[in-house]
Design a binder for this molecule. Structure first.
Ligand SMILES: [Zn+2]
Length: 241
């Protein structure tokens, strides 16, 4: 079990959040053998310290002809460094900048960079929980960002690079990231990486059917703990066996 701190978005990431997260996970009885607090053979386990890895991947993708700079101004570009979900998944990019003239640059800063998806290609995966999943590139998702103009690598790129570098064999995460998995499979193929197995979990929702999220003021583990619940109570509420 590996704990990786994905702290690339400077707006949302603070050291005290990471500390609290680790404390809450330990309280729940979840333990890891590699992580920011205990180290391990493939560290550092903090994305903000892994910039050189992402830059190298950007260079390889760029040399392979998979990327192009995008000058479109879009409000949702600001979200590219965070994991997307059902509610705020980006609309299919119309390809406006695909055919723009080649630019010469040695590093990505100052421009938004997109990955060119193979239009019409079905991307399939066998999820260990939800079974066979199928998306069509260019229809279900378009050319996605891999690097932001403010010099922050996008979530999709950082996760793929780290999963390969950290020899991840199985990824367990929310079903809201299924479509991102399809994007990531394309990135892995472009980088010659072997894909891990995936197990996507149904989301835990509140009584109104809303996904629990910090931005919706949902109950945090911290809050439940302070209200006197035990770790067993919380796991039960979340439907864990
Ligand atoms: Zn564009």
């Amino acid at each position: 079990m590996i704990l990786r701190n994905e702290d690339l978005d400077p707006q949302r990431s603070r050291a005290e959040f990471a500390r609290a997260m680790m404390e809450d996970l330990r309280w729940l009885g979840i333990h890891w053998t590699e992580g920011p607090d205990c180290g391990g053979p493939y560290g550092p386990y903090v994305q903000s310290e892994r910039g050189a890895h992402y830059l190298e991947a950007w260079r390889r993708l760029r040399e392979g002809g998979f990327l192009y700079p995008c000058i479109c101004s879009r409000k949702d570009l600001a979200q590219a460094a965070s994991a997307p979900n059902d509610a705020d998944d980006e609309p299919v990019y119309p390809g406006t900048c695909r055919e723009r003239k080649h630019v010469d640059c040695a590093d990505p800063a100052g421009l938004n960079w997109r990955f060119r998806v193979p239009d019409g290609e079905p991307i399939e995966l066998l999820d260990l929980n939800l079974g066979r999943q199928r998306y069509v590139a260019g229809r279900d998702f378009g050319d996605f960002l891999v690097w932001r103009r403010d010099d922050v690598p996008a979530y999709q790129l950082a996760v793929v690079v780290d999963d390969a570098a950290m020899r991840i064999t199985e990824v367990v995460r929310g079903a809201d990231l299924l479509k991102s998995t399809a994007r990531q499979l394309l990135l892995m193929r472009a980088l010659d990486d072997t894909a891990p197995d995936y197990f996507h979990c149904e989301l835990v929702r509140d009584t109104a059917g809303m996904r629990l999220a910090k931005r919706h003021d949902a109950l945090s583990i911290r809050h439940l703990r302070e209200s006197g619940l035990t770790a067993e109570n919380v796991l039960e509420m979340a439907g864990c066996p």
